[in-house]
Design a protein around this ligand. Structure first.
Ligand code: NAP
Length: 335
């Protein structure tokens, strides 16, 4: 009988690969592979697990292609690439990597806030292209101390950003669907309505997940509420923002600028209007992209997969209730 097969689209280092190889055959595929067409039915019937990047689509068609699939382990905390309802209906466990990347993403968020307010990217160009020599010092910039930080979504990453903002004496407002009473009581941040958040923030930072409710939810209305001196920072997911409306708001001076780590289309084509706007700082979806954080993420994602297949409780699950209910799980092909 063939060994149970694990599909891998994430970068797994040798030490973790050895642990997988002890029990499973593995098949490496590109991060953006269509798994349903990339794996022929003869092999598909042996697939018990998928260890994937957040850019690997795991939709109903993919899930239906693998009759023995028991776990999808995402190498990311966001799971908008996976049809969770379809997986849950099929009793397939979905795992992710919360917590281990909070600090890296929060650091980048604060980095973007400082870069925007102190105009660091244009400041660098000003020195390199000789403007300093020819025209003297560049224009003055602005402090972040005392400026209001607005967090749309204050979960794990948002809270970490709020903690860092305290070091800069920034008052923090936030909006979630439900208030975080502990954050309010401790003085970490103050809950407010969504409209108040957009109207009062000097820096509006996006940390909500991409869901049907949040998709394209920041647009004309929200930009019309923002101060002309305010900046938008997005280290969440690009598609949460209506990018056409954002380009207009940036071009017309409705808002002062934006720092974007994520975009609706990734990689962002160099021809995109964002790349032509001087008041935008762009990053290539690198929120968690440090050696230490990526190592912690792949370790957690691999252990999640091994635990699920070995009938142990994984550390991080998106649909944990599958393990707590009585219904039998998909037939195991694992040793
Ligand atoms: P989390 O702990 O689940 O926090 C998400 C927060 O958003 C929660 O406080 C939630 O509160 C709030 N929220 C959800 N839907 C909302 C809505 N419709 N309106 C207002 N608030 C809403 O997630 P996290 O670990 O902080 O991660 C956040 C996101 O960051 C991930 O989903 C991912 O997309 C992104 N991310 C990006 C990178 C990167 O490389 N740039 C890296 C990691 C993560 P309520 O449930 O009370 O609404």
């Amino acid at each position: 009988m063939s060994r149970p097969l694990v599909l891998i689209t994430a970068p797994v280092p040798d030490n973790l690969r050895d642990q997988l190889d002890k029990h499973y055959a593995t098949l490496d595929l590109p991060a953006d592979a269509c798994l349903a067409t990339a794996v022929e039915p003869r092999q598909a019937k042996h697939v018990c697990g998928i260890l994937c990047m957040a850019t690997t689509p795991v939709n109903e068609q993919v899930l239906a292609h693998f009759p023995q699939l028991r776990v999808v382990s995402n190498f990311a905390v966001g799971f908008d690439n996976i049809d969770i309802d379809a997986a849950t209906k099929r009793r397939i466990l979905v795992c992710n990597t919360p917590g281990v990347l909070d600090a890296a993403v929060a650091d980048l968020t604060i980095g973007l806030i400082i870069s925007l307010s102190r105009d660091l990217v244009r400041g660098d160009a000003y020195v390199r292209d000789g403007s300093w020599e020819q025209a003297g010092p560049p224009p003055l910039t602005a402090d972040i101390r005392g400026k209001t930080l607005g967090l749309l979504g204050m979960g794990r990453i948002g809270r970490e950003v709020a903690r860092l903002a305290q070091a800069f004496n920034m008052p923090v407002l936030y909006h979630n669907r439900s208030p975080d009473h502990e954050a309010d009581a401790s003085g970490l941040a103050q809950y407010c309505s969504r409209d108040t958040l957009f109207a009062q923030a000097d820096f509006l930072s996006v940390h909500v997940p991409l869901t049907p409710q949040t998709r394209s939810s920041i647009g004309e209305h929200e930009f019309s509420l923002m101060k002309p001196s305010a900046y938008l920072v997005n280290t969440g997911r690009g598609a949460v923002i209506n990018e056409t409306a954002l380009v207009t708001a940036l071009r017309t001076g409705q808002i002062a600028g934006a720092g974007l780590d994520v975009m609706a289309q990734e990689p962002l084509p160099a021809s995109h209007p964002f790349c032509k706007l001087p008041n935008v700082i762009l990053q290539a979806h690198v929120g968690s992209a440090t050696v230490e954080t990526r190592h912690a993420m792949i370790t957690l994602a691999t252990h999640n997969l091994l635990d699920a297949l070995g009938n142990n409780r994984p550390q991080a699950m998106v649909n944990p209730h599958l393990l707590d209910s009585d219904a039998p799980s998909a037939q195991s092909e694992t040793p």
